[in-house]
Design a protein around this ligand. Structure first.
Ligand SMILES: Nc1nc2c(c(=O)[nH]1)N[C@H]1C(S)=C(S)[C@@H](COP(=O)(O)O)O[C@H]1N2
Ligand SMILES: [Mo]
Length: 216
């Protein structure tokens, strides 16, 4: 108990020294679970479909087999939850939108300014287009070398974190990554999602501590 606490405090001191602890956050060594509603279960992925819709040259639907043939990357991310825990140096793997663009699999129209993540049970979350195109956003299938746990978003989640040591304008709180992700919609207008409508910030910048909605 005492040892755990001391390790946590030491780790937090180090991270703070490196300038990686956003204001009002504290370091956790656990991986808390946070979401509204029940955990959806996917006993088999035969009927799973991922959709890309809206302002793209061609809308896409990929089944699970096709999704797993897309280009993949590994990304190390620091995650910051608005409930004030941060978890550092997490190893994720999945699909990055820039790689899809480069492979000619995704062509976003110039009118698109926002991206809406659509998840199980109608949960959505919204960001500006630049946020989902940044290095710190991933469509993640694996954490720490393993497929996601059901409560962390299996089989696929959006993940909005921070690249360790690179403070970016696009570093957002973790609710900007939808668990049980089923599709992305590119839009010209913004559509505030579930937590945004419940009073959380639309922009959610972790360095400016944008936690709550104060108007756009
Ligand atoms: N589908 C869905 N995704 C969601 C949420 C949710 O309620 N539903 N909550 C968000 C919030 S508030 C947080 S902090 C993170 C938590 O991710 P974790 O449970 O893997 O830590 O998921 C985000 N993604
Ligand atoms: Mo959250």
């Amino acid at each position: 108990m005492w040892n755990d606490f001391k390790d946590r405090r030491d780790a937090e001191g180090q991270i703070k020294k490196e300038g990686r602890l956003p204001p009002g956050q504290s370091l956790t060594l656990k991986f808390p679970v946070l979401h509204y509603g029940p955990v959806p279960h996917y006993p088999n992925l035969d009927k799973w479909i991922f959709r890309i819709t809206g302002l793209v040259e061609e809308e896409r639907t990929w089944n699970w087999v096709q999704f797993n043939q897309l280009p993949r990357r590994k990304v190390t991310l620091d995650l910051h939850c608005v409930t004030r825990w941060s978890k550092f140096d997490m190893e994720w793997e999945g699909v990055h939108l820039q790689d899809l663009i480069e492979a000619g699999l995704l062509k976003i129209k110039p009118e698109a300014k926002f991206c809406i993540q659509h998840c199980a049970y109608g949960y959505t979350t919204n960001t500006s287009l630049d946020a989902v195109l940044s290095d710190n956003f991933l469509l993640a299938t694996h954490y720490d070398g393993h497929t996601l746990e059901p409560e962390h978003g299996y089989p696929l989640r959006g993940l909005m974190g921070a690249i360790p040591g690179q403070k970016a304008e696009t570093d957002r709180y973790l609710w900007k990554g939808g668990k049980w992700l089923e599709g992305l919609e590119f839009t010209a207008e913004d559509h505030p999602g579930f937590w945004e409508n419940a009073g959380y910030s639309n922009t959610a910048n972790v360095w400016r501590e944008e936690r709550y909605w104060t108007g756009r």
